[in-house]
Design a protein around this ligand. Structure first.
Ligand SMILES: C[S@@+](CC[C@H](N)C(=O)[O-])C[C@H]1O[C@@H](n2cnc3c(N)ncnc32)[C@H](O)[C@@H]1O
Length: 383
């Protein structure tokens, strides 16, 4: 595909997202319907769509509107590309630039330039203080790809060289002894021997740092109460915990048996009636705004509303109360979010401790792209 044809595809996908389609589903639909698009084209269109979604507000200002076409016009202007070379009316490309489009657009100002909705921008300014500008700026960029080495199967150095033999370059990170940051060849990852043999899993650095901060003795019983795809459950199992996984939406755990098998981990799933009994460690990786991961789920930041956030916060408090019932005396409740907002993090912990005087805060970690990778919060609460 030519650069113009890729831009036309991105415009079509962005228009569908504007009409309410989830970004990931729309990209998949486009890829299935576009057999002519090679893997390089699919990756380029995907990058263009996601980068535009991350910077939707500033691109709308630069492009003079928020249609898919105006957003791509804004993206081209931001990149310093002459829009007339892409919006050129070529075969499979977008229609030529109009005189009106040539005149439209202006530099973004204030919250527009930080690419956040106004209400979120105000909340994050309060919560992040002097870090706000740098964090907002980081959220406008692409997230690095991080791998967690499965130390039950390989050392980080071994995983690094086995990945390199398959064309995936990755470097260790001093902040976490399981972490490898992929520097090139990420598209070869899932065909690599290291992936196939369960030596590595995709997991962001911040989530790895949170799991590594938990005290786990081999054989400890751990309950992952919001297991989803099982990222935390697998990390705990790799450290020797005997893990039981549960999720209110069991379909979200469908990949877990396959991932556990690949990693050589035994993860039990609690029955339909939910988990029973007491555990040494209960992880509540609760549903949240995902504000710490908006680099990866860029459409979510434009969809979040104050009402939806308030509903999430109620669910978080309910899950915390449920999780507390499964912590043995002396055991730990690990509350986790991938949010940057105090109302989902410190404020939830504060409310929980007030209602549960038998718990005390042992450790808390608030990570941002400035200190780790995704925005992520952990509070380890001991009973
Ligand atoms: C942030 S995701 C979990 C991600 C997962 N731990 C991982 O590492 O891949 C939150 C999960 O909580 C689940 N959930 C929502 N409400 C719940 C509840 N009341 N009890 C248990 N799980 C719940 C959702 O279905 C979702 O899978």
């Amino acid at each position: 595909m030519t650069p113009s044809a890729r831009a036309a595809a991105a415009i079509q996908i962005l228009d569908a997202i504007n009409a309410g389609a989830p970004a990931e589903a729309q990209l998949t639909r486009w890829a299935r319907a576009s057999r002519f698009a090679g893997s390089g084209d699919r990756a380029a269109v995907r990058d263009l769509v996601y980068q535009t979604l991350r910077r939707r507000r500033s691109h709308a200002a630069l492009g003079g509107g928020d249609s898919g076409r105006a957003l791509i016009l804004g993206a081209l202007r931001e990149a310093g590309t002459d829009p007339a070379t892409i919006l050129d009316g070529s075969r499979h490309g977008p229609a030529p630039l109009t005189a009106q489009e040539l005149k439209a657009g202006r530099p973004p100002s204030g919250a527009e330039a930080s690419d956040l909705p106004d209400w979120i921008s105000l909340r994050l300014q309060q919560d992040l203080g002097p870090d706000f500008d740098a964090v907002a700026s980081a959220l406008r960029g692409r997230a690095p790809v991080w791998l967690r080495t499965n130390l039950a199967r390989a050392t980080t150095a071994d995983a690094q060289s086995i990945l390199a033999a398959d064309g995936v370059q990755a470097i260790p990170d001093s902040r976490c002894d399981t972490a490898l940051c992929v520097t090139s060849g990420e598209r070869r990852l899932q065909a690599s021997a290291a992936w196939r043999d369960g030596l590595v899993e995709l997991q962001d650095l911040s989530a790895q740092m949170a799991c590594a901060a938990l005290e786990i003795a081999p054989g400890d019983r751990a309950l992952d109460l919001c297991a989803g795809g099982g990222g935390k459950a697998l990390a705990l199992a790799a450290r020797g915990a005997r893990v039981t996984a549960w999720d209110i939406a069991p379909a979200r755990m469908r990949d877990l048996p396959r991932r556990a098998e690949r990693a050589g981990a035994a993860i039990e799933q609690a029955g339909a009636l939910g988990p029973k009994g007491l555990y040494d460690l209960v992880v509540a990786d609760v549903p949240c705004s995902g504000s710490g991961t908006w680099r990866r789920t860029a459409d979510a930041k434009w969809r979040l509303t104050p009402e939806a956030l308030a509903a999430l916060e109620r669910t978080q408090a309910e899950i915390l109360a449920q999780a507390a019932n499964h912590v043995r005396p002396g055991g730990t409740l690990a509350y986790m979010t991938c949010s940057l907002l105090r109302s989902e993090n410190e404020a939830q912990v504060c409310g929980f401790l007030t209602a549960h005087p038998d718990f005390r805060l042992k450790t808390s970690l608030s990570m941002t792209p400035l200190t780790a990778s995704d925005g992520f919060f952990l509070a380890a609460l001991v009973r």
